[in-house]
Design a protein around this ligand. Sequence first.
Ligand code: ADP
Length: 586
Amino acid sequence: MHVFFRLLRLVSGFWLRILLAAFLGFATVASSIGLMMTSAFIIAKAALHPSIADLQVAIVGVRFFGISRGLFRYLERYVSHDLNFRLLARIRVWLYQRIEPLAPARLQAYRSGDLLTRLVADVDELENFFIRVLAPPLVAIGIIALTWALLSLFSPAAALAVVVLLILAGAAFPLLVQTLARRPGQQHIALRSRLNAHLVDGVQGMADLLAYGAEARYLAQVDALNQETGRVQNRLGAIAALNDAGVQFIMNIAVVIALAFAVPAVTSGALSGVHLAVIALGVMAAFEAVQPLPLALQHLSATLAAARRIFQVVDAPPAVTEPPHPLPCSKQREQVAKRTGDAPVLTVRELSFRYGPNEPLALQNITFTLPPGGRMAIVGPSGAGKSTLVHLLMRFWDFDQGRIELDGRDIRDCAGDDVRARFSVVSQTTHLFNATLRENLLLARPDASESDLWEALAQAQLADFVRDLPQGLDTWAGEMGVQLSGGERQRLAIARALLKDAPILLLDEPTANLDAATERALWRDLSRLMAGRSVLLITHRLVGMEQMDAILVLRAGRIVARGTHAELLASGGLYARLWALQHATL
Ligand code: ADP
């Protein structure tokens, strides 16, 4: 119920349109009833060979209702679909706004395929909320009232009986059907989302599946899920059939009961025989309004399940609470340009962090200062806490022990976006958006001019490559993404970082996925990028270490050693061992 009202609140603001659409739906079915009743009247009356004048009014009625039914149906479709798309747009924007602050920390918990399918399928399911869930009961209530009013003109008892049967067919029977369909309905949604997650997994991991010869096992799993989904769909289909047959059955009973009241009235002369047909067809037509109700209930449970899952994602508390009144923390570009004089100092003091109350400390007592123009590397084996440190620096997670300061200002007093504006990041995987190369570059600085772009590309040693493409900067990176080598992707990331030109350059395992030769070539370009900037290099690969002013060795969340490359090698600790290991394998 709570979910239902939350959904209603989501569509608030559209009430006028909703009522208009429901009214048009009502008018459509009412026209149907009118058409059936007037047609029945004409046919029955004509059998008695009356003068054409007696039929005149009914003929006009048939014309009127025949036209108005089509017209109202058209308008109803028009208004309700328009409304539907508006609601969808509202829901999508709402959803995006709600999940954006959750990224990336809170969304990590969901497998990417699962989250995506969940959100897409569930939002699509919500599409049904208005047209198939909200509108039909409103229309049915109106039609039941109309039927009652019309029938009680001839017999209040018959009116009551038909109304009871209408409610039975529209509410009680669907409730029964819904109880039957609840479990398979939920199973179906869950199975479908598992199947989708599995398929996305399989397509993304195809290379690994093939490499390990696991495709047969994978296919068998997909097949099993598919068959299970099919079985559940069958069950849902059988229930839907029961539904259709049941409503028809109740409708026929209603016609029989109405006639049972009408026939004696005709015999006693209280009612003209012509009205028998009018009543029978009118009752039949009234059932048109309750026919969509069973489906409405089915959709209601599916919609609520979808909404519950969406709310569950949305209700996750953001990993980072933004300060209510953020202090100004991002400098103007012009100021940044005078990098040498007032470059920011990054200070981390006694920083400790754990991912959850019961998790071990991922970082313990981390303290260091990155001076203006300084170059610092943080190295350590995997699991040491390097990515965690990056997450904290980028304000993806909150921390409460210790401080991180930019220019002496605690980053928790700044808006997350302002903090991120201070870093240019080159990370190990560079995501290329499904857009042109130009748009992928402009992401870093939307107002960059054409010559800015080319200059950045030239510095990243990518200008010739892009110039040789038939469409140059307008090449679609979506298809191109696959063709770009790992090194070229990283060069694109470097170009982006150059364009953004933030005061601190954060290199997060920039060469992790590259072969040794490409790695060396990329390092030459990275060195150019580092010139005149404060650099924080996070890596488990000890390459380029000679260029660093200071190296922190991280292990199990603690800094176990610090010094220059030469000092650390001389002292013979973990660093020297890692160095020996990596350079032996290289
Ligand atoms: P590195 O980047 O050096 O390989 P990480 O920062 O990824 O190391 O991991 C440090 C520790 O934090 C590891 O023990 C890891 O299991 C844990 N960890 C990383 N991410 C999460 C997370 N989202 N939730 C809980 N624990 C995590």
